[in-house]
Each structure stands twice: as structure tokens, then as C-alpha cells.
Write a protein that binds this ligand. Structure first.
Ligand code: SF4
Length: 326
């Protein structure tokens, strides 16, 4: 370990002041403390924000949700409003990490979690995300768990979160508070693709703090769910996953919200799948044809070619589970 200072704040203003001076926000600590132990991250100051009043879940007008950034994964997964309105969120959370981690880790921290690329965590390996300009050991290395969508020559790691896939599918927003005031960013724009700057992972300005995630209202009834495919049944990251939400009325799909996990450098929204579904009648053939759109443009690496077929099947299966096969 290395020396660092620790301060606990009691207001958002205090937190933002400390963040503006370079402090790193600490909530559950389930990512940051691990990375500090491995010396991948070496912050000078930790700013403990756990006393801030950001730990409630509210229903918004029209039937959306606002989930405070300090709500734990376990609390969000168990909350009646989440389970009733958006089971895709509860299911994604319950399939994440372990029970112990879900009791500690927060929704804000989940969004800010860093990649599980093993080269990122090995400080002797070349990694543009950890050490810009050093190269990417995964490109020529072992890349079975890496992304097939949204990659660049600088970085190919997959985004690790499950619940962020559900948020992307549901067109969520991230609420931020910073030195210049409050703002709201579409979830799809908040987590950044690597491009030439994989070290820049979020649309976050200096000192800004995530205060909440907002799930907009969607037409009702909305059936939704999350399917995760992984090497073992628990405490494992997704090889592929699919978050699906469908509003079906009069036998026709009026609204389709779909995203995939384990395959993108960011939670991978699938607008072409959504377009293929909208206005159609559910059928086995439709699920298969729509799922085909999920792999268009995929760029597999040496060891993850299997993800192309696996993603197509994961999306098709979850469409069938959520939408039925009338
Ligand atoms: Fe680093 Fe990204 Fe390459 Fe992994 S894939 S080594 S995180 S640059």
C-alpha cells in the first residue's frame, strides 16, 4: 500500500469541493480499494461520501424511477418499486457479483466500476487505459473475455457491469452535481467508448458527483428481464447478456428496449434490434431475425470469436422469454 489521506464529508458541497481538489469519491469501495491494493489506482485523497443523503428510491411522475447513487445493489434489487416496474433491473443486480458485494457496492459505484481486463490490473503489462500510450497487451494477448463491439486499436476491454446494461436498455439518465451546478446526461452518452483515449471512461467533469440514476416512464404494461451467460453460475462476469423490455398491446410490439452486456466496450444498446421488433407481432421467426441484428458489425478478436454466435443466441432466447412465442 502507499500513503493517502481520508476525509469524510457531510454535504454534497463539501464533497464537490474536495473532488475539485483531486479527491476520489469513496462509497462501497468494492472496486477502488481493490485497485489501490494492487497499486493500479494511487489516489492522494479519498473522500468518503457515504453520509450524503443519496440513498433513496423514488417513483417519478408517470411511473419512472429515481435511484439514489448511494443505494446499494442489494437494496435496489429488493425494492418493491424496482421489482414491480422494472424486473430487468432487479434481475441484473441479483446476477451480479456476490451477496456480500451487493450489500456494500452502490449504484453510483457500479456505474463507475473499472474494467476486469487482467492486463489493466497487472501493473507490469502494457495498458493504454491505465498508462496512456503504453499499448494494449490484450490485442495480441489472451482476449477471450474482451469486447466484440465498440473496440478501438487502443483498447478492447468489455464493460463489466450487468445493471448498466439494463439502464442502457431502458434509456436511463445519470444525474450529476458539480462545481457548475446540476446536469443530467443520457446513460448512452455517459459511459464513453475507448476511441483514442481509453483512460477517459465517463462524461464526468472535475469534481462532479453522481447523485442518481433516473429510469424514465415507459408505456405499460412493460415486460422485462435479464439473461446472463457466464462460465459458472455465480460470482462471474458475463460472457454475453441481454436486457429486454417489451410493451406489447393488441398482439403487436409497440415499444422494444434491448441492450447487451459482456460484448461491448460500453453497455451495448441495440437500436437495430429495437427497430426490427417495433410494430411486429411476436413470433419465433421475429426473435431470430431481430437477434441477427445484434451481431452486425461485430469485430471479434483471436480468442472470443465464439461470442458472435453466443450473443445472437442470448438475445434470441431472452426475446422469447420476455415476449413469448405467440
Ligand atoms: Fe488495457 Fe484496454 Fe488493452 Fe485491457 S484492453 S490492456 S484495459 S487498453
Amino acid at each position: 500500500m502507499f500513503p493517502f489521506s481520508y476525509t469524510k464529508v457531510s454535504s454534497a458541497r463539501e464533497a464537490i469541493d474536495a473532488g475539485r481538489r483531486g479527491g476520489r469519491y469513496l462509497a462501497g469501495g468494492t472496486t477502488l480499494v481493490d485497485l489501490m491494493r494492487e497499486t493500479v489506482e494511487r489516489p492522494d485523497t479519498l473522500v468518503d461520501i457515504t453520509a450524503l443523503p443519496l440513498n433513496d428510491i423514488k417513483t417519478t411522475s408517470g411511473g419512472g424511477l429515481r435511484i439514489g447513487a448511494l443505494v446499494t445493489m442489494a437494496e435496489a434489487a429488493a425494492h418493491r418499486a424496482v421489482r414491480t416496474a422494472f424486473p430487468v433491473i432487479s434481475e441484473a443486480l441479483e446476477l451480479s457479483a456476490s451477496a456480500q458485494l451487493r450489500n456494500m457496492a452502490t449504484i453510483g459505484g457500479n456505474i463507475m466500476q473499472r474494467t476486469r481486463c487482467s492486463y489493466f490490473r497487472d501493473v507490469t503489462a502494457a495498458c493504454n487505459k491505465r498508462d496512456p500510450g503504453s499499448g494494449c497487451a490484450a490485442l495480441e494477448g489472451y482476449n477471450r473475455s474482451h469486447a466484440i463491439h465498440g473496440t478501438s486499436d487502443a483498447c478492447v476491454c468489455a464493460h463489466p457491469s450487468d445493471v448498466c446494461v439494463a439502464f442502457a436498455a431502458l434509456d436511463a439518465y445519470v444525474h450529476l452535481q458539480g462545481p457548475q451546478g446540476e446536469r443530467k446526461v443520457a446513460f448512452a452518452d455517459f459511459i464513453l467508448r475507448p476511441g483514442d483515449t481509453p483512460d477517459r471512461e465517463h462524461d464526468l467533469r472535475r469534481g462532479e458527483l453522481i447523485t442518481a440514476v433516473e429510469i424514465p416512464a415507459h408505456p405499460r404494461p412493460l415486460k422485462s428481464g435479464y439473461l446472463k451467460v457466464r462460465d459458472r453460475q455465480s460470482y462471474e462476469f458475463a460472457l454475453t447478456s441481454a436486457a429486454v423490455a417489451l410493451h406489447i398491446q393488441g398482439g403487436v410490439i409497440r415499444t422494444a428496449k434491448v441492450a447487451a452486456g459482456g460484448v461491448g466496450t460500453v453497455p451495448w444498446k441495440l437500436p437495430a434490434v429495437e427497430r426490427r421488433l417495433t410494430g411486429q407481432r411476436p413470433s419465433s421467426r421475429l426473435w431470430a431475425e431481430a437477434a441477427e441484428e445484434s451481431v452486425r458489425g461485430a469485430r471479434p478478436l483471436t480468442h472470443n470469436k465464439f461470442k458472435v454466435a453466443l450473443l445472437r443466441r442470448t438475445v434470441e432466447r431472452q426475446l422469447r422469454i420476455v415476449g413469448g412465442t405467440e
